[in-house]
Design a binder for this molecule. Structure first.
Ligand SMILES: [Zn+2]
Length: 314
């Protein structure tokens, strides 16, 4: 039988597609995520089928027995003539065999991958991560492999994705933090320590004044109660580089307490809202005896940018 139809080939193909799916999800490219996740499930499903019995890969169409004989090892066929069962049918067989439970969410993922779903992909695919993770775990159990072997650095993220004990925000933030960390690792892969040092140094936020140079993201969703906010650097919960947090004053007090936004230039981790920042475990710059590394106090609302022509006249 052709090597590309071996267990190893399906398994490795599934692994590659699954890792790409996680990277897509981290970059918020959910169309690509649906595609790669669907391919990963399909290949892993076929890995299970071929391991149980190569005959289970046979596509039953047309009543032609050639493929049956080929997969049974008694007929040579030109590889261009060899077809295997489609994704939907592979899952149906695994359900008949009691390996996979029925799951409408998984069916949707396969429909999105096949482009046959009567829905837009985007956000719908985003929410299919737990389904993807759960399905992969069931299939890995069926072939007797551990999550670590298949998922490598994503193993922890996958456990988090299906952990029903965690509340939704915590789960979401942990997944995004892992994704940001891996994105950061990929960017730094192969760079020398010197270069890394320089990049880290360059990423340190400069002292900010409240001027037009301030990134407008920090002005989003400011509560009307707080006329001022503070910006400070903290250790990024994903990549440990310098991330910036926005701190809001607490009530009448001008001492900032609540961190309600975090952005890291290096790994692009972007957390919005006190719940998300809290869930990330980022340490307040006011914790401990050390002075906060960098603090700027700013007012609210965009300051008008002076017209350069007028400025030149005066
Ligand atoms: Zn970071």
């Amino acid at each position: 039988m052709d090597d590309s139809l071996s267990f190893e080939s399906f398994f490795e193909g599934a692994k590659k597609a699954a890792h790409r799916a996680m990277e897509d999800h981290g970059r918020e490219e959910y169309d690509e995520f649906a595609l790669h996740a669907g391919v990963a499930v399909e290949r892993l499903a076929k890995a299970v089928l071929v391991k149980r019995n190569p005959l289970y890969l046979v596509e039953m169409r047309n009543g032609n027995a050639d493929l049956l004989l080929y997969f049974g090892g008694d007929l040579d066929l030109d590889t261009s003539k060899v077809r295997t069962v489609g994704a939907g049918e592979a899952l149906r067989r695994l359900r008949r065999m009691g390996v996979l439970p029925p799951d409408p969410q998984l069916d949707l993922l396969i429909e999105l991958r096949n482009g046959t779903a009567h829905t837009t992909i985007g956000d719908q695919a985003k929410t299919l991560l737990p389904t993807f993770s759960e399905t992969v775990m069931i299939l890995l159990t069926a072939v007797g492999t551990t999550s670590r072997v298949f998922w490598g650095r994503w193993a922890r993220t996958m456990i988090v994705a299906v952990d029903k004990q965690l509340d939704e925000i915590r789960r979401d933030v942990e997944i995004r933090t892992d994704q940001a960390r891996h994105l950061f690792e990929d960017r730094f892969k192969g760079l020398s320590d010197d270069v890394k040092e320089q990049v880290l140094e360059g990423a340190k936020p400069q002292a900010l004044r409240f001027d037009p140079g301030l990134d407008p993201r920090w002005l989003d969703d400011l509560p009307s109660s707080g006329p001022y906010f503070h910006l400070s650097t903290v250790d990024c919960p994903a990549c440990e580089g310098p991330a910036m947090v926005r701190l809001l004053p607490s009530g009448q007090d001008t001492v900032p307490t609540g961190m309600d936004m975090l952005y890291c230039n290096l790994c692009n981790l972007y957390l919005i809202g006190q719940d998300e920042v809290k869930a990330s475990g980022a340490k307040s710059p006011f914790q401990g005896s050390m002075h906060p590394p960098l603090i700027t106090i700013t007012g609210v609302g965009p300051i008008p940018v002076p017209d350069p022509e007028q400025a030149a006249e005066s």
